[in-house]
Ligand binder design. Structure first.
Ligand code: XMP
Length: 509
C-alpha cells in the first residue's frame, strides 16, 4: 500500500489514479497523520504531494519529520520535495520567476528512479520556490534550464524528490518513474483491482448508511447506474432510485432505459413522467441560462415531491466523479466563474436536509467504466456516452417546442445509428446533434425548401474538462448528412462543428 500525504495539490487524485493504474492500493491522508498511525498502516511507500504553498509561509502544511525515520521509502513531489529538503536541513528559496509549463529535463546522475528513461526528456513544472542547497546525504539527479536541482535522492535512506509533476500527462515518462518508485524502490505487488475498490466501497457505504433509507436520482448514465449498483450491494432494497422523465430525452430513451434497468439492475425504481411540467415551464424561453435554471428547478421540485414519499430517507446518493469536483471547486486556480449552471442534484441535499453518499467522487470516467465491468454491468450501460441532465433542452437552440423536439430526436437517432455502425461510438466522448434556430434555402426534387439546420458535434476527451472535435472520416460524415436530410422532415442542411474546448464548450448552451 502507498500513502499519499496531501499537501493540497490539485493533482493529488491524479497521483492516486496513477498508483491505482499500476494496481497498487493507495490512500490519501492529511499532513497531520501521526507517525503512530503510519506505523499501524505500514505502507510500502509514502508520496508527499505537491501543494500551492511556499514552505516559508506560516500556515504552509507540514508533516511530522519523523516520517523520514520510519525506514519507509519516500517520494516528494514539488512542494513535497521542498518540504523534505527543508526539514532535512537543506534550503529552499524563492525563484525570481515562477516556472510553469513544459521544461526539458536532463538526467545528470544514474538512479533507480530514472531506470529505463532516456534523457533529455520533457517534464511539467509548476512552482515558485526552488531548492538552493541540498541536505547532507542527498545528491542532485537532474536539472532543467531554470531549475538546477530538479530531482534529488538519498539512495541509502530511499528518499527521493522531484521538482516537476510525474503524475501529469505532460511528463510522458512520469508513469515510468512512478512505476520505478512503486515496484523497484518500494517493492509493491500488483494486487489491487477494481473488484477490491468495489468491496471496500460497499463496506464503507454500509457503515455510513447504517439501517437508514437512501435515495438516488437514476439517469441511465454510467455514473448513476454504477453508484446505484454499489449502494444496492451494500444495503439492498433500502435504496430507492428515482428516474425523472423530463420530456427532453432522446428518441425512445425512457422505454429503452426501463428495459435495461429491468433486465440488468434489479433495483427498486420509481419512474416519474414529468414531461408536461418541464415543457410548460420552458415554453417561450430562449436564454440558455434561463433554460438551465428552469430545468434544474423543476427537477428539484419533482424529485423532492417523490422523495418525500419515501419514509425515513436520510441519505442522497450521487454519482459525482472527481473531474466534476475539480470543475466546480474554486480553490484550484482562484474563484472560477460560472460558465454554465450545471444541473445536477447539487441543491437537493441542502434543501431536503439529506446527507450525501458519493462513492465515485475520487474516480475518473474510465475508472468508473472499469468498476462497472468489475460489478458485472452490461456493456450497453457501461459504454453509454454522457448525456447532460438538461438533455435536448440545451441542444435545441432557441425555443423548445414539441415539434422541434421531434425533429431533433429524429436527427439524433440517425446520427447515433451511423456512429455506432461505423464503430465510433466508444471511441468518442460524445456525439450528438444540435438544432439551430435558423432556416436555410435548399432544393429537393426541383422544389425550393426553406427548412432547419442541424449541427453535428462529435468530440474526443478524457474527462470533458478539455475536448477536441473528432476527425470523423468524410465517408461517415457524408452518410450522416445524406440520411438526415433525406429521412428527417424539417431539415435540409447539416453542418459539422469543428471547435475544441476550450475555447468552445462541448454543449452549445
Ligand atoms: P460543457 O458543455 O460544459 O460540458 O463543455 C461538459 C460535459 O458536461 C456535460 N454537461 C452536463 N452534464 N448536467 C450534466 O449532468 C448538465 O447540466 C450538463 N451540462 C453539460 C456535457 O454533456 C459534457 O459531457
Amino acid at each position: 500500500m502507498i500513502i499519499i500525504i496531501d499537501f493540497g495539490s490539485q493533482y493529488n487524485q491524479l497521483i492516486a489514479r496513477r498508483v491505482r493504474e499500476c494496481r497498487v492500493y493507495c490512500r490519501i491522508e492529511p499532513p497531520d497523520i501521526t507517525v503512530a498511525r503510519l506505523r499501524e498502516l505500514n505502507p510500502d511507500g509514502i508520496i508527499l504531494s505537491g501543494g500551492p504553498s511556499s514552505i516559508y509561509e506560516k500556515k504552509s502544511p507540514k508533516a511530522d519529520p519523523a516520517i523520514f525515520e520510519l525506514g519507509i521509502p519516500v517520494l516528494g513531489i514539488c512542494y513535497g520535495m521542498q518540504f523534505l529538503v527543508h526539514v532535512m536541513g537543506g534550503s529552499v528559496k524563492q525563484s525570481p520567476k515562477r516556472e510553469y509549463g513544459f521544461a526539458q529535463l536532463e538526467v545528470t546522475r544514474d538512479n533507480e528512479l530514472f531506470k529505463g528513461i532516456d534523457s533529455p526528456l520533457q517534464c511539467w513544472m509548476s512552482h515558485g520556490d526552488s531548492i538552493s542547497a541540498l541536505p547532507r546525504g542527498y545528491s542532485p539527479l537532474a536539472k532543467t534550464a531554470n531549475t538546477p536541482i530538479a530531482a534529488i535522492a538519498n539512495t541509502e535512506q530511499r528518499i527521493f524528490g522531484l521538482q516537476f509533476h510525474p503524475e501529469v500527462e505532460h511528463t510522458p515518462a512520469g508513469k515510468k518513474m512512478l512505476k520505478n518508485f512503486l515496484f523497484d524502490i518500494c517493492e509493491c505487488k500488483r494486487s489491487w483491482t477494481m473488484k477490491s475498490f468495489a468491496d471496500e466501497a460497499v463496506e464503507r457505504i454500509r457503515a455510513t448508511a447504517g439501517d437508514k433509507q437512501v435515495i438516488l436520482g437514476l439517469s441511465g448514465g454510467v455514473d448513476s447506474s454504477v453508484t446505484a449498483i454499489l449502494i444496492h450491494k451494500a444495503i439492498g432494497d433500502r435504496l430507492t432510485c428515482i428516474f425523472v422523465d423530463n420530456g427532453l430525452l432522446r428518441k425512445n430513451e425512457a422505454t429503452r432505459l426501463k428495459k435495461i434497468f429491468a433486465r440488468h439492475l434489479h433495483l427498486n425504481i420509481r419512474f416519474v413522467n414529468a414531461s408536461d411540467a418541464f415543457l410548460a415551464a420552458l415554453s417561450g424561453v430562449t436564454d440558455p441560462e434561463k433554460k438551465r435554471k428552469i430545468i434544474g428547478k423543476i427537477f428539484m421540485d419533482v424529485f423532492e415531491a417523490e422523495a418525500k414519499k419515501i419514509k425515513g430517507a436520510r441519505f442522497l446518493a450521487q454519482g459525482t466523479l472527481y473531474p466534476d469536483i475539480i470543475e466546480s471547486q474554486s480553490t484550484f486556480g482562484g474563484p472560477s466563474s460560472v460558465i454554465k449552471s450545471h444541473h445536477n442534484v447539487g441543491g437537493l441535499p441542502k434543501k431536503m436536509k439529506l446527507k450525501l453518499i458519493e462513492p465515485l467522487k475520487f474516480l475518473f470516467k474510465d475508472e468508473v467504466r472499469a468498476l462497472g465491468k468489475a460489478l458485472g454491468m452490461p456493456d450497453e450501460l457501461i459504454w453509454r456516452q454522457p448525456f447532460p441532465g438538461p438533455g435536448l433542452g440545451i441542444r435545441i437552440i432557441g425555443e423548445i417546442t414539441k415539434k422541434r423536439l421531434l425533429v431533433l430526436r429524429n436527427v439524433d437517432s440517425i446520427l447515433l445509428e451511423e456512429i455506432k455502425a461505423a464503430g465510433y461510438y466508444r471511441k468518442l466522448w460524445q456525439s450528438f446533434a444540435v438544432l439551430l434556430p435558423l432556416k436555410s434555402v435548399g432544393v429537393m426534387g426541383d422544389k425550393r425548401t426553406y427548412e432547419n439546420i442541424a449541427a453535428i458535434r462529435a468530440v474526443t476527451s478524457r474527462d470533458a474538462m478539455t475536448a477536441d472535435w473528432a476527425r470523423l472520416p468524410h465517408k461517415l460524415l457524408a452518410s450522416i448528412s445524406g440520411r438526415i436530410i433525406n429521412e428527417v422532415t424539417g431539415v435540409n442542411r447539416v453542418v459539422y462543428d469543428i471547435s475544441s474546448k476550450p475555447p468552445g464548450t462541448i454543449e452549445w448552451e
